[in-house]
Design a protein around this ligand. Structure first.
Ligand code: ADP
Ligand code: MG
Length: 894
């Protein structure tokens, strides 16, 4: 096969230089793709693919116009591709091309998504003894692998580093930042299990950065160069963390995004300052998206009323990273309270904030050199928002007395005003979106420019009035003056009068109905105007670049102002939601007590006539067993508690009449498993690994929510696991726990474990009809109402009626067997609560049931009974339920 030459050959050799998935190469006014790249791009972007031949071979080819590259680039990168861009430049003998940038998900500057766009690196701490990991939730903490992490958002200049004590914490951190691209360090690359977790749990592209860039020495050097020795030393970063941070910096530099200058601050993210929300919990509580992956219906979407994208980004960050510091929370609360009480001022504030643009992002664009004049106008207008916001706060006594005043202090208003003025003086009112064609700057900004503009305009004026002058002077009709690409400026005269033109007219073209002429004077003016246009464009561009550099030099100021406005926006959003939905300021404290009066679920209350409920927990009542019929509201009740605690720990108000909330260090949940099923992992396995995570990670100060643990397996297994987990959480961990279970047997635990209390969601059953009261009351419930749910699910009436008969018969038989005493629940009699062991039809070792002497049920009935009690009504499709009921009937009829 012959080597391709010419343009295709150049493309292929550039492509061989880069590890990018796709290369876009400039060829004149187009960016072209060849070969496989052309086909890929053609398919992904619906571009027309043609072909180009080279050395007798034909290559697919696709292209996009130069100025249209950005949207295509974005689309490709958002699909997870890394795209190299090669630009063309002039040389002595023609032109050459080189790769100027590799655009990746984490280094895409042109994003239009309001979300943060984190590029992450994760590194195993090589100083730790063994390379063996304990795996998800297993093993001991001794010799556990630790991790260093770095997160950079190049669109805002945010740069954070974090330490993780084990793999779960590393995953939790990753989930908190939700990066779009991850650079796994050398040892992470060989860790299949962690890689799988990163791939499954996060929607991020895994990219292989240069291994060298992770080398601790080189990385540290890189880090010091960026943030200064003093900062790096003060933060006492671990080697792994320095390695991760250095690798991120190198990657940003190598991909050519050119935004390093906007990253001026190195921040440490300390897990200790934040409430641990493991991956599962963030999903279970539907913080930023629902279990089905929708944004709307999430907690964030419900409470987000921010006016700016930066404010929305910050509010989301708060939700993903709730705080543990009373001081931080009380400060936010005080601001929210003041804002909630000042409706008018709040509305005004929000209206003013609505005029703000995304300053952090604009700062990055200025640093990168891609900001145009309209961007700088946006900077100007946003800087102008700051004093108006300050004015609004200061003129409202409640707001002026609140911590909002301190928040405003974080931005240097004097500097901001100075920059705003410089921009206001410099920029034209309505500049074009191109930066090289003039029209960017205002009159009065620069004398030399003004002079050029005056002269330019004088020539234009001369040209505009030329036609009239010629008509008058030479007594001509049908005369016009115009300009086109080939002829330049010309005087056009109608054919009827074309022979009356004066001597000095020089004919340049003959058209059907007219003739075009030029004159020496016109030619001179034309040369002058071209010269002036070029000079003006050059000077304006130069002045503009200086202005843009001035803005870039103030990146930190812009980040401060942006952050300040975003903070006030987020606080005002919390206040608005609180005011509109009757939320209250919770009392937060360091103790154990959790007292919520008339609490509601923040999301469900939006769409449902919600029945409020109380929760009361403290040191002596730290474990609530929640029972109640299916569909009565157990899961909702528990999530509501978790959401209220979470909202309190972002510093917001909560949906309740009154709330007193002891701060927690982590929220752990095990609720439902819809999405896991979709991923093809067995629910029981998932359930157990989640339980294992919780039992490892939760502490005395955590809040644990367990929903139907043990459901995924046979009844006795399930009860045993639930039983043991309850004891462990109660005796060993001491975490605040809410545990919903359909194993009524467990309710007896309240008698033996001092901190366990029973509550149930009440329902009314009359004549076989169940009314859900949605009210949580003290004490256990004893029925599961499964048949009622079967009816709700659409199982035909005759089957439901028959099931009721069967159940009644079973209950009667059980009652006779129990000689009139005990419970009416058939399962309860097989489990001895006081000893925690099985009796009756089950062996003490949990083996197969054997009929014993006193047994009055035949084996078939016994089997039906067991199946009936273990069937998961929520998880079984109606049709299957129907089939089951029919099978049971058949068995019982035999
Ligand atoms: P369970 O976990 O007991 O099976 P869920 O918590 O899933 O029940 O709730 C079942 C239904 O009842 C849900 O549709 C929910 O919206 C509604 N619900 C739950 N609690 C309340 C409440 N306090 N007020 C109004 N509706 C509620
Ligand atoms: Mg439930």
């Amino acid at each position: 096969m012959t080597e391709a030459t010419g343009i295709v050959g150049e493309f292929l050799s550039l492509k061989a230089e880069t590890d990018a998935d796709i290369l876009a190469m400039q060829c004149g006014d187009f960016y072209e793709f060849f070969g496989d790249d052309a086909e890929l791009v053609g398919e992904e972007l619906d571009l027309k693919v043609t072909s180009k031949s080279s050395q007798g071979q034909s290559y697919p080819m696709a292209g996009v116009p130069l100025q249209d590259l950005t949207p295509y680039l974005k689309a490709l990168v958002e699909r997870g591709y890394r795209v190299a861009v090669a630009d063309q430049y002039e040389t002595d003998d023609g032109h050459a091309r080189e790769i100027v940038r590799v655009v990746t998900p984490g280094t895409l500057l042109e994003t239009s998504d309001a979300d943060a766009q984190y590029l992450a690196a994760i590194v195993v701490d090589a100083t730790a003894g063994s390379s063996g990991r304990s795996g998800t939730g297993g093993g001991s903490s001794a010799g556990e692998t630790t991790y260093g992490l770095a997160f950079a958002d190049i669109t805002t200049g945010r740069f954070l580093v974090a330490n993780a004590e084990d793999v779960d914490e590393a995953m939790t951190e990753c989930y908190r930042f939700d990066p779009v691209e991850i650079l796994p360090g050398p040892r992470v690359r060989t860790d299949d299990e962690l890689l799988t977790q990163l791939r499954d749990r996060l929607d991020a592209r895994l990219s292989l950065a240069d291994t060298e860039s992770f080398a601790p020495k080189r990385a540290t050097h890189r880090l010091r160069g960026q943030f200064g020795d003093e900062t790096v030393d003060r933060l006492e970063l671990t080697e792994a963390t320095r390695s991760a941070a250095g690798a991120v910096l190198s990657y940003v530099e190598e991909t050519g995004a050119g935004v390093l200058a906007s990253m001026t601050r190195l921040q440490t993210h300390r897990g200790d300052d934040h409430v641990t929300l493991d991956v599962t919990t963030q999903r279970n509580l539907e913080l930023t998206e629902t279990m089905h992956g929708d944004r709307s219906g999430s907690l964030f979407a419900t409470i987000d009323h921010t006016e700016t994208s930066a404010g929305g980004r910050l509010l989301k960050e708060w939700l993903q990273r709730p705080r543990r510091s009373l001081e931080v929370l009380e400060t936010r609360q005080a601001s929210v309270e003041a804002l909630a009480a000042s409706a008018l001022a709040r509305d005004e504030l929000r209206e003013v904030l609505g005029e703000a643009y995304d300053l952090e992002r604009l700062a990055s664009r200025a640093t990168h050199g891609s900001a145009d004049a309209q961007d700088l106008l946006s900077v100007r207008d946003t800087l102008a928002v700051l004093p108006r916001v300050a004015e609004c706060v200061e003129s409202t006594p409640d707001l002026a007395a609140s911590p909002l005043t301190d928040i405003l202090e974080r931005a240097d208003r004097e500097q901001a005003a100075a920059l705003q003025n410089r921009l206001a003086e410099a920029l034209a009112d309505d500049p074009p979106s191109t930066v090289r064609q003039g029209g960017l700057l205002a009159r009065g900004y620069d004398d030399e420019l003004d002079d050029l503009i005056d002269r330019h305009e004088a020539v234009i004026e001369w040209l505009e009035t030329l036609a009239d002058r010629e008509k008058r002077e030479h007594d001509l009709s049908h005369v016009s003056v115009d300009r086109n690409k080939t002829d330049g400026y010309y005087i056009q005269v109608g054919r009827s009068v074309a022979d009356q033109v004066p001597e000095h007219y020089e004919e340049i073209k003959q058209l059907k109905n007219s003739k075009r002429f030029t004159t020496d004077e016109l030619e001179a003016k034309e040369r002058e105007i071209l010269r002036l246009e070029e000079q003006r464009g050059e000077l304006e561009y130069e002045l503009f670049q200086r202005l843009r550099a001035d803005v870039a030099d103030h990146a930190t100021l812009l980040q401060d102002v942006g952050r300040t406005l975003a903070t006030i926006d987020a606080l005002a959003s919390l206040a608005s939601h609180a005011a509109e939905n009757g939320w209250v300021r919770p009392t937060v404290h360091d103790g154990d007590a959790l007292e919520i009066t008339q609490g509601r679920h923040p999301v469900v209350e939006q769409t449902t006539e919600f029945v409020p409920n109380d929760v009361s927990m403290d040191r002596n009542r730290g474990f609530l067993l929640v029972t109640g019929p299916n569909m009565s509201g157990k899961s909702t009740y528990m999530r509501q508690v978790a959401c209220i605690v979470l909202l309190a720990q972002i510093g917001g108000f909560v949906p309740a009449r009154e709330a007193e909330i002891g701060l927690v260090d982590g929220i752990f949940t095990r609720v439902g498993a819809l999405d896991e099923l979709a991923q093809g992992r067995s629910t029981f396995m998932v359930e157990m690994s989640e339980l294992s995570n919780i039992l490892h990670a939760a502490t005395e100060e955590s809040l644990v929510i367990l929903d139907e643990v043990g459901r995924g397996t046979a009844t006795y297994d399930g009860i045993s696991i639930a039983w043991a987990a309850t004891e462990y959480l109660h005796n060993e961990i001491g975490a605040k726990t809410l545990f919903a279970t359909h194993y009524h047997e467990l309710t007896g635990l309240a008698d033996t474990l001092p901190r366990v209390a029973n509550v149930h969601v009440a329902a009314d059953e009359r004549d076989g009809d169940v009314t859900f009261l949605r009210t949580v009351r003290d004490g256990p419930t004893d029925r599961s109402y499964g048949i009622h749910v079967a009816g709700l699910a659409g199982v035909p009436d005759p089957v439901v009626d028959r099931a009721r008969d069967v159940l009644d018969r079973l209950r009667e038989e059980k009652a006779i067997e129990a000689k009139g005493g005990g419970s009416s629940d058939p399962v309860q009699t097989v489990f001895d609560v006081s000893s925690g062991s099985f009796r009756g039809p089950v062996n003490a070792d949990g083996g197969e049931p054997e009929p014993d002497a006193g047994e009055t049920l035949d084996a078939d009935t016994q089997a039906v009974l067991e199946e009936l009690s273990s069937v998961d009504v929520n998880a079984t499709p109606p049709v299957e339920l129907l089939t089951k009921v029919q099978e049971w009937q058949a068995k019982l009829d035999d």
